[in-house]
Design a protein around this ligand. Structure first.
Ligand code: ADP
Ligand code: MG
Length: 292
């Protein structure tokens, strides 16, 4: 491509809200075979809400909600906000807590009124030596519904299964259809539960799912997709996405995301919409493909 065509393409991108931070990205995007997409905040709104709370025998719902909301009030995860908001809406006062600890990709814990409380993924409960099998029928249903199941342990006993649901952004389905029309495969990479991720992927016609990955695992997933399919574009919004954005042939940050993601990206989608991805790829094909 000539410097002039790059300039024209970059200018056209700016009009579409697609900011090329590196001219090279405009040249590379046309060769992308797979678009790998972070789920939370990219495909979805990133604003989950609490939908279900089922307590085990011997536990009281309001008390469980108060305990887990107290712990989550110290966490910055979107899941935490969903749980705290649910408690607020029910007018539940949050008890005092000490010794808060957060484990990335697993969950959170603290002492609430001196009692141990843990909230997190099934793998977190297993790491504590707790068997989540008693909630399996509920977990299976929640997963099928595309809701993310979490578990709560109180005083070392499994106390509840909790679910949050994060709405899919309105323009996500059309953006995925546009990527398919451009001949690309779409892959989802997420730290969320496997069944939940598969249900959402099926609804959206997503071709490949990599679920239950820790933040470092996103990089490995991008490496594997590159080895299998060739050039990979990765789209993400969060701090956790920065290494994967850097590893991909082209990294695209959703403009509403964190500064860290924007810094690591080659392209910034100012609109905050996934539709920016097919727009950017089509622009690359039009600019670089035709003018040589
Ligand atoms: P993602 O943002 O893709 O869900 P994370 O690595 O942030 O990935 O989290 C992975 C999983 O760890 C979550 O889906 C959840 O099950 C669990 N988790 C993380 N933080 C919390 C929290 N504050 N409260 C409950 N569960 C959490
Ligand atoms: Mg995200």
């Amino acid at each position: 491509a000539t410097p002039t065509s790059i300039m024209v393409g970059t200018g056209r991108g700016a009009e579409l809200g697609v900011l090329f931070r590196k001219g090279e990205a405009l040249q590379l995007l046309k060769d992308a075979k797979v678009v790998a997409v972070d789920k939370t905040g990219t495909l979805t709104e990133g604003r989950p809400a609490l939908t279900d709370l089922e307590v085990g025998t011997g536990f009281e719902r309001a008390q469980v909600l108060a305990s887990i909301a107290a712990v989550e009030s110290r966490s910055e995860h979107p899941i935490a906000r969903a749980i705290v908001e649910a408690a607020e809406q029910e007018g539940i006062a949050l008890p005092a807590l000490t010794g808060f600890e957060s484990t990335t990709g697993m969950g959170v814990r603290a002492l609430v009124d001196g009692v141990r409380v843990e909230v997190g993924a099934d793998r977190y409960m297993r790491s504590l030596g707790l068997d989540v099998g008693s909630f399996e029928p509920t977990a299976a249903r929640l997963g099928k519904e595309g809701k993310s199941p979490l578990y709560a342990a109180i005083d070392g006993r499994l106390a509840a299964i909790v679910a949050v649901a994060d709405p899919i952004k309105a323009d996500t389905p059309t953006a995925i259809a546009a990527l398919h029309r451009l001949g690309l495969k779409v892959a989802m990479i997420t730290g969320d539960n496997e069944r939940t991720a598969r249900a959402i992927a099926a609804r959206l016609g997503i071709d490949e799912v990599v679920a239950e990955v820790l933040p470092e695992g996103k990089v490995d997933a991008v490496k594997r997709l590159k080895a299998e399919h060739g050039s990979v574009a990765f789209v993400g919004d969060g701090i956790n996405d920065a290494p994967a954005l850097a590893e991909a042939d082209v990294g695209l940050a959703i403009g509403t995301g964190t500064d860290v993601a924007v810094e690591a990206a080659d392209v910034v989608l100012m609109s905050g919409s996934l539709q920016g991805v097919p727009n950017a790829i089509a622009l690359s094909k039009a600019t670089i493909g035709n003018i040589r």
